[in-house]
Write a protein that binds this ligand. Structure first.
Ligand code: BGC
Length: 471
């Protein structure tokens, strides 16, 4: 679809669409808060319940187990009750989980409520990007879905700030409790938002869908055209079920391989080894005195660098940003690996030049992630599937992201104990794999209407080994 010449985000997409993306983004705040809050709060939790390293890893990773489950259920829920209500239920679970953690009395109760928090985040991580992608215009969809990632980063940063302001030893319960406010805002915001037009058409509510499209596209003519395109696709796909679509369509299989691959590789980049365990890593390289302030600074740079993606994604496209960012992240991890091995043999005490090199490289790795794998994986997953099976496929792919997140949360303390530099070498190798995977398997979807994206994968079917780069 042609992009209007020389227009800014504001004129390309109505304020209404931006408002919708921001409300759905409140789910991203929850997502981020739950990742960030544990970095500092686990210090107090470990003391309160006298936890071993393995038990701390269990508290950290419990949320990802819940999110895995939540994402799997959400794929179905998004079809049954709609994207909007899936988000509302996400908010409800998150509130219950946060308050439960705040009042937990032992290891079991905090693990159980971390799982409940996770289910809420799992709902939102499927329902949020899907909802935003379906209400956005083709020419602003990249920036709009990236707002969800921006919200994740803001959520992580807020949690780090809370960790800095409250004493993690004694006030960790308050840190958890404050998360309930985010769940409450998501529920309140979602209740006044319209349902996704694509979901409405699937339910036969074309009139309401037309009304939503008129408001998001800002033109009656465009809205009528878009409604027709959606109806044509929905009719073609009516009755299509996840398993039959998977068996019957090469396009769906290829899209699912791409989505699952991206979801897993986003986690294999090692970003959450940094966010979950930043204080420990900083301590290891001799920066223990400043660890909480530096952790908050890492959170801030993550927020700021996400704007690079919002600004560029609909201009330069998905592939250049993903390939460039992943390569930069890999190089900074190799620098950390090399410097880390030297520090280990020199037994660092206090801040050394090596410690500073590692710190700067961690900042660069976060910037690189924030303008590439962070936002773009959510974006690509939400836009490459045909409408009939979109939510089920997004749910499956997202649950793999949480599986990867779980492995990182549970495995990183072990890897750090062996050798922090080894962990970064492994992440660098994974990023090299990601570059090859994206290069060969991912088509460029910049500016293409959702209804037409499936054709890229179909084209591979008819043209054989047609390069995805040229798709
Ligand atoms: C990832 C999270 C990560 C966050 C960091 C998200 O895209 O899915 O796992 O913690 O980015 O900003």
């Amino acid at each position: 679809m042609a992009q209007p010449e020389g227009s800014s985000i504001q004129d390309r997409s109505s304020r209404y669409t931006i408002a919708i993306a921001m409300v759905a983004g409140l789910g991203g705040l929850m997502f981020g808060y739950d990742i960030g809050v544990i970095a500092d709060a686990k210090i107090g939790v470990a003391k309160a319940f006298s936890l071993s390293t393995g038990e701390i890893a269990m508290v950290v990773s419990a949320v990802t187990a819940g999110s895995f489950l939540g994402a799997l259920i959400a794929g179905r829920l998004c079809d049954a009750i709609g994207r909007r209500w899936t988000n509302v239920w996400g908010g409800i679970c998150f509130i219950v989980g946060c308050l439960g953690c705040a009042f937990s009395v032992d290891l079991t109760s905090i693990v159980v409520f971390r799982v409940v928090m996770g289910i809420g985040v799992g709902f939102s991580s499927v329902g949020g990007p899907l909802y935003i992608a379906e209400v956005s215009t083709p020419w602003s969809r990249g920036a709009m879905v990236s707002l969800y990632q921006l919200a994740i980063t803001v959520g992580i940063f807020i949690a780090f700030l809370v960790g800095l302001l409250l004493d993690p030893d004694t006030q960790w319960r308050i840190s958890f409790g404050l998360g309930a406010l985010l769940g409450g805002s998501l529920i309140a915001g979602m209740l006044v938002m319209p349902p996704s037009p694509r979901w409405l058409v699937g339910r036969g509510r074309d009139e309401v869908a037309l009304g939503v499209l008129q408001r998001t596209l800002g033109s009656d003519q465009e809205a009528a055209r878009e409604l027709k395109a959606i109806k044509d696709r929905v009719r073609e796909e009516s009755g299509e079920r996840f398993w039959s679509a998977l068996k019957g369509s090469l396009a769906v299989r290829l899209a699912l391989i791409l989505a699952i691959g991206l979801a897993l590789l986003q986690q294999a980049s090692g970003i959450n080894a940094i966010f979950y365990y930043a204080p420990e890593i900083l301590q290891d390289v001799g920066l223990g005195d400043q660890k909480l302030k530096l952790t908050a600074a890492l959170g801030l740079i993550n927020v700021l660098a996400t704007f690079i993606a919002i600004w560029l994604v609909d201009r330069v496209g998905r592939r250049p940003l993903l390939l460039g960012g992943t390569a930069l992240m890999m190089v900074s991890q190799i620098v950390i690996g090399v410097t880390g091995s030297m520090l280990e043999t020199n037994e660092a005490s206090g801040v050394s030049a090596g410690g500073i090199v590692i710190l700067v490289s961690i900042f660069i790795a976060i910037i690189a992630f924030a303008f590439s794998l962070g936002p773009l994986v959510w974006l690509v997953i939400s836009e490459i599937f045909p409408a009939g099976v979109r939510s089920a496929c997004v749910g499956v792919a997202t649950s793999f992201n949480w599986l990867g997140n779980y492995a990182i949360a549970a495995g990183t303390p072990w890897a750090i104990e062996q050798s922090p530099s080894l962990a970064f070498w492994i992440f660098a190798i994974c990023n090299a794999v990601t570059i090859v995977f994206i290069y060969f398997r991912m088509p460029e979807t910049k500016g293409v209407p959702l209804e037409d994206i499936e054709a890229f994968f179909d084209r591979r079917k008819t043209l054989g080994d047609d390069s995805p780069a040229s798709a």
